[in-house]
Design a protein around this ligand. Structure first.
Ligand code: SF4
Ligand code: MG
Length: 325
């Protein structure tokens, strides 16, 4: 299938400043040399612990943050090189859904006004057409005309996320970046919102990047999954492969702590020792070497590259170097 989004060598470094003169003493490498592709119509999950750079990656793709380096190509267009005004136009096609819809919905505006706003910003339609579109989207997400006159505080968390989804869909986007879209919701409501996202994907031919710390949720919704650790992507493969045969020691450790749905299937328990190191002072070489039960001498010296070691299955780990050659 077609590549809709291509990310190459993406980096975001935040300067660390100290002292009276505000001298730069280093960088937090929030996203460090990340490359991946997203195919049209798929869901790419991005998982990792908090601080691994997954949310920053999402914001860089929208250019809500400016990358330090790297190329972002959307539908054949280099969006990393667009001017701010050109980028505003391009955002019609790429929209974002956030973890906390309440924080992103203006409490003083009615739902109708909140949903209409993206159309006004992008100069889409006249007043009558905009109103029609608002009603159409309310219905698509399981709400109705009556809800348009109400205000964000009058809705439950699940309904607010439906409103967040409706707003993201107003401009007929092709790519949706969903950052922890169900993490703030009760488990019973999570399933409803995930099902809604999946049916919308089919109906509207959407492509998703689904960012979450929750491997169970990501598994449910993703075709492929990328695992991030301290700003780097350490494994990327089809969802079934990742869960059946994780190759990176970090992924193995993450999965061994997720409850396995099939109780006859026993997963070997791998315990990660130590806390996540700080991204402002990451370990040399493979950043996971301070916690890895398989580390070799080379691991603290050389950063392993993300390499395809089986068809469609890439991993960044020195254990697999032999398979390459
Ligand atoms: Fe462990 Fe070395 Fe692989 Fe890093 S590169 S995950 S330290 S074996
Ligand atoms: Mg986050």
């Amino acid at each position: 299938s077609n590549v809709l989004l291509k990310v190459n060598g993406l980096k975001k470094y935040f300067p660390i400043r100290q002292g009276m003169l505000n001298t730069q003493v280093g960088d937090v490498k929030a996203v460090d040399d990340v490359s991946f592709e997203v195919f049209e119509g798929e869901t790419l999950g991005i998982v990792g612990e908090s601080g691994c750079g997954k949310s920053t990656t999402g914001r860089l793709l929208m250019r809500l943050l400016e990358p330090t380096d790297g190329a972002i190509e959307f539908d054949g267009k280099m969006i990393s090189e667009l001017s701010n005004s050109e980028m505003r136009k391009a955002r019609r096609d790429i929209q974002m859904i956030f973890q906390d819809p309440y924080a992103s919905l203006n409490p003083r505006h009615s739902i109708g006004k909140i949903l209409e706003e993206p159309l006004i910003v992008h100069g889409m339609g006249n007043a009558k057409e905009r109103k029609k579109k608002v009603l159409e989207l309310l219905e698509i997400v399981g709400l109705n005309e009556y809800h348009a006159k109400r205000y964000p505080h009058q809705f439950s968390g699940g309904q607010r996320q439906r409103i967040g989804i409706a707003r993201a869909l107003m401009t007929n986007p092709r790519l949706i970046i969903a950052d922890e879209p169900v993490s703030a919701l009760d488990v019973s409501i999570q399933a409803q919102v995930l099902n809604l996202l999946q049916s919308l994907q089919k109906e509207l031919k959407l492509t998703y990047i689904f960012i979450s710390h929750d491997l169970g949720v990501v598994r449910h919704i993703s075709n492929r999954v990328g695992v991030m650790y301290l700003g780097r992507m350490v494994e990327l493969t089809a969802s079934e492969d990742l869960y059946a045969e994780p190759l990176h020691p970090y992924t193995q450790a993450l999965l061994s702590s997720v409850p396995v749905p099939d109780p006859t299937f026993e997963r070997e328990q791998i315990i990660i020792t130590g806390d996540i190191p700080s991204a402002s002072n990451p370990p040399s070489g493979c950043a996971f070497h301070t916690r890895c039960p398989f580390k070799k001498d080379v691991c603290s010296q050389v950063i392993p590259k993300l390499q395809e070691v089986k068809p469609g299955h890439s991993v960044a780990c020195h254990l697999y170097e032999a398979i390459q050659h």
